[in-house]
Design a protein around this ligand. Structure first.
Ligand SMILES: *Cc1c(COP(=O)(O)O)cnc(C)c1O
Length: 387
């Protein structure tokens, strides 16, 4: 089965893990610090805190930024559930802004209108979570300006765009947003099995995230009310066990060295698709802003299902019967029964996201896909579409 995404694990990745397994530490050891340093180096961040997964990173971000009941947090409906669930976890109120029809990321003009709408109602937006969907960075310059003008916190859920560039910088995420979250799930650009991180230049936020990662335990003398001795710790707010292991971090450091190469390989795959599908009228390929280098975490093409005889489910099933497992990114989060029932969202609220969902399908893109499989994807897709 050819899948829409897949990890690439090489011999030196495996050796890096074995080295740690042969050592003294399985968890809370030196490989974690090293991985965090590597993350800081690549992404240009003052601080990085590696955690158990990307969802944990978002949850800790929500707490560390002080979100709570009554706070309004805006994000995009075209994202994974976790980007929105983290708002619910802390009791804040999620709301959405429709996507831009070309970048598929949060529409900054609509965002500003929404913020003004809230102001007119006497309410203030606390934070915005931008998601660099599919690997295309959001319009971060404008997001930063809006955040500054309206005194709003800015988060980058950067899980799709590690290694992407914005105005030629791979370090845009931490530079533009107050806090950045990443995931190292196997379908993402680099993997630690499960894993994630919070990156920020803000040392206060970093400190709180690190304490919350491990049950809320404080061991730093300067932060404690008392100190009974070397065993002593204090808890000022309950945290979680969101720790990552040493052997995962060894894999992470090894993978991070390959990120640029992985993105080159993903770009090659996409260039092949661009050549193959450019002249097919029922297919719309993702448009890429000149300001960015896309990281191609996924490659969501749009098929004009209104103009062909197959519907999306038929198309999906036909590809699967030929050994190609596609995926859809994403079902707009505001249409999830939980969010409809609890926050009153309904069909029609974010029409661009909804029509994007109707047409979109993610086709395979990963570094190790071989020419035969790539050709098969192209040929099967064309033959099913009759073009
Ligand atoms: C993968 C992903 C997450 C969650 O990461 P996990 O490591 O799977 O918990 C959050 N947001 C986005 C946009 C993602 O793609």
């Amino acid at each position: 089965m050819i899948s829409y995404g897949k990890q690439t694990i090489e011999k030196d990745d495996i050796e890096a893990i074995i080295d740690v397994l042969n050592g003294d530490w399985l968890t809370q050891g030196p490989a974690i610090d090293l991985f965090e340093k590597d993350l800081c180096g690549y992404f240009g961040s003052k601080h990085a805190c590696a955690v158990s997964n990307g969802t944990a990173a978002l949850h800790l971000a929500a707490i560390a930024l002080g979100w709570s009941k009554g706070d309004i947090i805006l994000t995009t409906p075209i994202t994974f559930l976790a980007s929105v669930n983290c708002i619910y976890y802390v009791g804040a109120t999620p709301d959405f802004v429709d996507i831009h029809p070309e970048s598929y990321t949060i529409d900054v003009e609509k965002l500003e209108l929404k913020i003004k709408d809230y102001i007119a109602k006497g309410k203030k937006v606390k934070a915005v979570i931008g998601v660099d969907y599919a690997g295309h960075p959001c319009d971060w310059n404008n997001l930063r300006e809006i955040a500054d003008n309206y005194n709003i916190q800015l988060v980058n859920d950067n899980c799709h765009a590690m290694g992407a560039s914005y105005y030629d910088s791979k370090q845009y995420a931490v530079e533009k947003a107050d806090l950045v979250t990443q995931s190292y799930h196997p379908v993402k650009h680099i993997t630690t099995g499960e894993g994630g991180a919070v990156l920020t230049n803000n040392s206060k936020i970093n400190k709180r995230v690190r304490i919350l990662r491990s049950h809320g335990m404080i061991k730093d003398d300067s932060l404690m009310e008392e100190n009974h001795g070397p065993w002593y710790y204090e808890m000022h707010e309950p945290g979680y066990n969101y720790r990552i292991t040493d052997f995962q971090c060894a894999l992470g450091s090894s993978q991070l060295k390959k990120l640029d190469r992985f993105i080159d390989l993903r770009t090659k795959v996409v260039n092949h698709y661009t050549k193959s599908f450019d002249n097919i009228s029922v297919i719309t390929l993702p448009k890429i802003s000149e300001k960015v280098r896309h990281a191609f975490h996924i490659y969501p093409i749009q098929i004009d299902f209104d103009k062909i005889t197959l519907n999306k489910a038929d198309f999906f099933n036909e590809m699967r019967s030929r050994g190609i497992n596609l995926q859809v990114h994403y079902i707009p989060v505001h249409l999830q029964p939980f969010y409809k029932k609890n926050y009153g969202f309904k069909k029609g609220d974010f029409p661009i996201a909804e029509s994007f969902y109707f047409n979109t399908i993610s086709i395979p893109v990963y570094p190790s896909i071989n020419d035969i499989d790539l050709l098969k994807v192209v040929n099967d897709l064309r033959s099913i579409l009759g073009s």
